[in-house]
Structures are given as C-alpha cells and as structure tokens.
Design a protein around this ligand. Structure first.
Ligand SMILES: [Zn+2]
Length: 178
C-alpha cells in the first residue's frame, strides 16, 4: 500500500492523472475489490454501494484535511454513519487449539459495507499522528500518505512517480544554471 494506511488508501482512489482527477471507483464491484485489497474482506449483493462509498470518501477527506489543518471538525455526519454499523466478535480456534477473536461486519447495506472504513477513519482522526499524515508534495498531486519511515522525511506518494519527477525537475534547474 503506497499510502501506508488503509483509510488514506481509500482517499487516494481518486488520483490526478494528466491534470485531471480520475475516480478509480466506477461501480459497486470496484468498491468491493478496493476494500478487499485495503484489508477489509468484502462481499455485497445489493445495489447503491458506489454512491455511498463516494459520499463517505469525500466526508472522510474533509475530516482528514480539517484535522491536518487543525480546524474544528464537524463530526455529526461521520457519527451518524458510525451508528449504522453492525458488527460482532467471533471466537475461533485453530488446530493447535489457540483461540483468536476477530470482528465480523455485516454487509447487508452499503452503509454496513463502509462501516469498517469509517471506524478506521475515526481511529485515525483520534489517535493518528497528523505530523506524519501528509499530502504528497508533488505539484498537482492529491495523494495522502502516513509517513512510517524512520527519519520521518517522506515527501512523496511514491519515489517512482512524484519523487522522480521532482528529481528530474531539480536536475534541469541545476543544469540551466550551470
Ligand atoms: Zn504524489
């Protein structure tokens, strides 16, 4: 995961491509596969997931940006959303008879499908280190990441794209001066 946090990865499903925002979520199946990839195994039989996912994504983006800016946050919408989650604990035993507890989320409605994302976002907003939650410094890049490097000097969504573009631009600047 480039962003090093599943909630930021979810925000990053609408990157800037050739100067235009491109939404990688285009239908319900895209949402199911994205959430599964980000660590929330998801199944969904109903309809209307895409609209709810996009709404939640923009709500979470607003909160992450507000938290980053140190602004007072309007939490009512997220809290209303959290109240619609449906989850329970399940106890499992493996072959060595050791026990493990895991949380299971119901996936009957779009809101229930997005519940683990909203819960993880609430945890991130409350307990995340927002010195380390940053937006890529790439010009016109909109991607977020959680800087988990030892030095905490991460600046780019990825070295291969924005980092490299910056290096090339800096090199051109230097050679023009020379
Ligand atoms: Zn970037």
């Amino acid at each position: 995961m480039l962003s090093d946090h599943p909630v930021l990865e979810f925000l990053n499903t609408i990157p800037m491509v050739d100067g235009k925002l491109q939404d990688l979520l285009q239908n319900d199946a895209d949402v199911v596969s994205a959430l599964t990839r980000f660590g929330w195994p998801t199944t969904f039989e109903g309809t209307g997931l895409l609209t709810v996912a996009r709404n939640v994504r923009e709500e979470l983006r607003r909160l992450v940006e507000g938290r980053k800016a140190g602004s007072p946050l309007e939490l009512a919408r997220l809290n209303a959303f959290l109240a619609r989650a449906w989850s329970y604990l399940e106890l499992n035993q493996d072959r060595t008879r050791s026990l493990a507890v895991r949380r299971v989320w119901e996936h009957r409605t779009p809101e229930q499908v997005l519940a683990p994302v909203a819960e993880a976002a609430a945890e991130l907003l409350a307990a995340g280190d927002f010195e380390l939650v940053r937006r890529c410094e790439g010009e016109s890049c909109v991607l977020w990441f959680y800087d988990r490097t030892k030095s905490h000097h991460r600046r780019w969504c990825s070295m291969a794209s924005c980092g490299n573009r910056h290096k090339v631009a800096a090199f051109r600047k230097r050679s023009r001066k020379a």
